[in-house]
Design a protein around this ligand. Structure first.
Ligand code: ADP
Ligand code: MG
Length: 260
């Protein structure tokens, strides 16, 4: 039996030479990266660096100018039809007034499997109940999505991915506008999913907590500047590259004792 930890393992995500342009704007320029199953990968970059475009490309929501995205060995369209990948959009990309309950949001994770007009089965209901329990939203299941806190909204979308049985979860800025306690709850949830072999890509501005939960990190600025351990990616020299400021100057000067 093949060892799942060997390099022959099919990557959860394999992106090769991905370029995306919106008219004259190049949002992604020749991005290549591979993420193995069960990993949590942080996506770091300033506003406009292409994080959301990368997620939308993985979801097949934007058409690449060139390059290829492969999800667990499948094309984006086949991966989507099989429900392999689930997306938690950044808050500004969601209409929070939409009259849909938490339970219905989670249930949309089940629709991709068959067509929209099929009857909801007992299995669908069980999957949704279990997902809502896992994210701690059972008591709020009937509440309209917009009437939740920021952190609860994120958890409702994570429940959708769980109900779907997605192998890969993409979370775009899940900690923006979310209090520290909810952030910790979401991190626990993601860590648990990854420990069961799910792969997580998460864009975040919160660099301080990243090393506590991410296995690896990508610094993005249209291109992949660094793809390494979070500790390595967050070195001041690398952040200077990604954020275009020389944070290295803020380090204390070396004393004579340190030199040589
Ligand atoms: N629908 C769009 N039409 C035109 N330009 C876009 C569109 N979406 C994003 N962009 C541009 O593409 C670049 C990358 O944006 P985005 O992927 O949203 O970055 P991030 O999520 O890192 O802030 C930015 O310059 C942004 O203005
Ligand atoms: Mg974005």
């Amino acid at each position: 039996m093949p060892n799942p930890d060997t390099a022959q393992q099919v990557p959860a995500l394999d992106i090769s030479g991905l370029t995306v342009r919106y008219g004259p704007v190049t949002a992604l320029d020749d991005v290549s990266m591979t993420v193995r199953p069960g990993r949590i990968c942080g996506m770091i970059g300033m506003n406009g660096s292409g994080k959301s475009t990368l997620f939308k490309s993985i979801m097949g929501l934007v058409r690449p100018t060139s390059g290829r995205v492969t999800i667990a060995g499948h094309s984006t369209s086949r991966a989507r039809a099989r429900g392999l990948v689930s997306y938690v959009p950044q808050a500004e990309d969601v209409d929070w007034q939409f009259p849909i309950s938490v339970r219905e949001v989670a249930m949309t994770g089940r629709y991709g499997r068959q067509n929209l007009f099929r009857r909801i089965t007992a299995r669908d209901n069980e999957a949704v109940d279990a997902a809502l329990a896992q994210v701690g939203l059972t008591d709020l299941a009937d509440r309209q999505i917009g009437r939740l806190s920021g952190g609860q909204r994120k958890r409702a979308f994570v429940a959708r991915g769980i109900a779907q049985g997605a192998e890969i979860l993409l979370l775009d800025e899940p900690f923006a506008g979310v209090d520290k306690r909810s952030e910790a709850t979401i991190i626990d949830l993601l860590t648990d999913l990854a420990s069961h072999g799910r792969t997580v890509l998460i864009s975040t501005h919160d660099l301080s907590t990243l090393p506590s939960f991410a296995d690896e990190a990508v610094l993005l600025m249209q291109r992949v500047l660094v793809h390494d351990t979070p500790q390595e990616a967050l070195r001041p020299e690398n952040l200077a590259l990604a954020f275009g400021v020389d944070v290295t100057e803020r380090r204390a000067p070396r004393t004579d004792a340190e030199v040589g």
